[in-house]
Ligand binder design. Sequence first.
Ligand code: PBG
Length: 318
Amino acid sequence: MRMRRLRRTSALRDLVSETELSPRRMIQPLFVVSGESVREPVASMPGVERFSINELLGEAAELLAVGVEAVILFGIPSTKDETAGGAYDDEGIVQMAVRALKEAHPELTVITDVCLCAYTDHGHCGFVREGKVDNDITLELLAKTAISHAEAGADVVAPSDMMDGRIGMIRHQLDEEGHAEMPIIAYSAKYASAFYGPFREAAGSTPEFGDRRGYQMNPANVREALREVRLDVEEGADMVMVKPALPYLDVIRAIRDDVDLPIAAYQVSGEYSMLKAAAANGWIDERAAALEALTAIRRAGADVIFTYYAKEVAAWLT
Ligand code: PBG
């Protein structure tokens, strides 16, 4: 047997390729800020900007033009408080952005990140009582947030807080409020990762005390990820997510082998910034390395990928 026979030409290699990358399976994260005609570059994430709503509309048009049909929105509110009021305000930054995006581009799939960390004055993903993140009070606030996103016209809600029971609570409340058709992407296996550093700079969501290890997962664990996923499936998740992606390919694979629903993987800010930094230094071929990382994430079993590379990769692929 000669394994090289089917590697001889590019056409032959393409013919027998087991994994494909398509912009249709990529979701572009977008940061939205208040103001008019604002585009602020994020220093630690070259190529990523924070957009005001009017600028966001133009960016969405460019994404659609290259074949990226889905985005996830992260809001950066102008004020923060103890109860994360901006997260579930009908006139909040994400709610207004969703309305504007859906009006300008009804064909764009608008996913919203449901979390409180960018809206609380201490930067934790939940309501803090006596120095601790209170799980069950937080659930109420998350459900309010998801409902306000649904009411603004979001297509999918994606809770990223890692509180226990949030999928069940959000599903129940959405159903009660007439949003039974709203899908939920659960950030099921979200690890307490050092790779979120650049995102926290972009979103201004670094916790002021402590860390997120009391709610996000320990990077050492994979069986626990399966338990998280099974719970979220029971509670009504429509899709589950693994995050970060490249350092957790075994987790993606284990989940793929265990459940049948679609799996998303989030190539997070640190994964993106590492590639950008190495490329800027001339140490790697950015295009080849980014495509290889994304292909590996798909090969491990992810159906869709949240990636800051979505727009760039879409342009490379066409
Ligand atoms: C909010 C949230 C985070 C990310 C997505 N949603 C940050 C965190 O948990 O600190 C990280 C995304 C990235 O690093 O690209 N809870």
